[in-house]
Write a protein that binds this ligand. Structure first.
Ligand code: CA
Length: 222
């Protein structure tokens, strides 16, 4: 899963990036509203953390522009005050959730995980496929109850496929959702990573759909 953090306070932005990366997200950062708007408009994020008070273009305007252009990714807003009017303005612009500064970093992690899960159509915090279980809130994977150690990259790939069970995910789509924008990758790397995940969770779980991409679980009926 890949997220965008739009926050102009350097220390806060840095800490959010660190905590979110440690939680298994690929993270891009923007430090003003203009850069944030551009990235959110052109890159396929699974969720966005958006500060409302930003230089150049304010957060509400950024959010209005994204929603006006049909961008539907979940957005968690950061508000400096606990004023209801500010949160309401954020919700009216299309925010999905908020936290009030100062906040616990872990709260942002949990809220983002829940937002991403719900936006991909899953009501329950646990996603399963055969014996593979993904605890979306805790960020843990088990097979038949036994914990599996995955690298951050492996976790992101498996998590993205589990969130989109039954659908063929193209290699390009997968790469866009598991790497940050500075990661230099090619599709061979993806093949290698998929091979490593298969070794850890069993060969049958991730299916290669020749010429198209990868799928977890039986094809969804249309
Ligand atoms: Ca700010």
């Amino acid at each position: 899963m890949r997220v965008l953090v739009v926050e102009d306070e350097p220390m806060l932005s840095f800490r959010l990036q660190q905590v979110l990366e440690a939680a298994g997200f690929a993270v891009d950062t923007a430090h003003d509203g203009e850069e944030g708007w551009f990235l959110g408009d052109t890159e396929p994020y699974d969720a966005v953390v958006l500060d409302l008070g930003l230089p150049k273009v304010d957060g509400v305007t950024v959010l209005n522009r994204w929603r006006g252009a049909g961008r539907t990714m979940p957005v968690l807003i950061l508000t400096a005050r606990s004023r209801w009017s500010e949160k309401m303005t954020g919700f009216n612009a299309g925010a999905d959730d908020y936290v009030t500064k100062p906040f616990e970093m872990e709260e942002v992690v949990y809220r983002l995980r829940a937002l991403i899960r719900r936006s991909s159509g899953h009501a329950q915090p646990e996603l399963t496929c055969g014996g593979v279980r993904l605890d979306t809130l805790g960020g843990k994977v088990t097979i038949d109850g036994i914990p599996v150690q995955l690298t951050a990259h492996e976790f992101r790939i498996l998590s993205y496929l589990m969130h989109h069970q039954g659908r063929v995910v193209t290699r390009t789509e997968l790469m866009e959702h598991v790497h940050d924008r500075h990661f230099d990758s090619d599709s061979n790397v993806m093949e290698v990573l998929i091979g490593r995940i298969r070794k850890k969770i069993g060969g049958g779980t991730i299916e290669t759909v020749r010429g198209l991409g990868y799928r977890i679980g039986p094809p969804e009926s249309s």
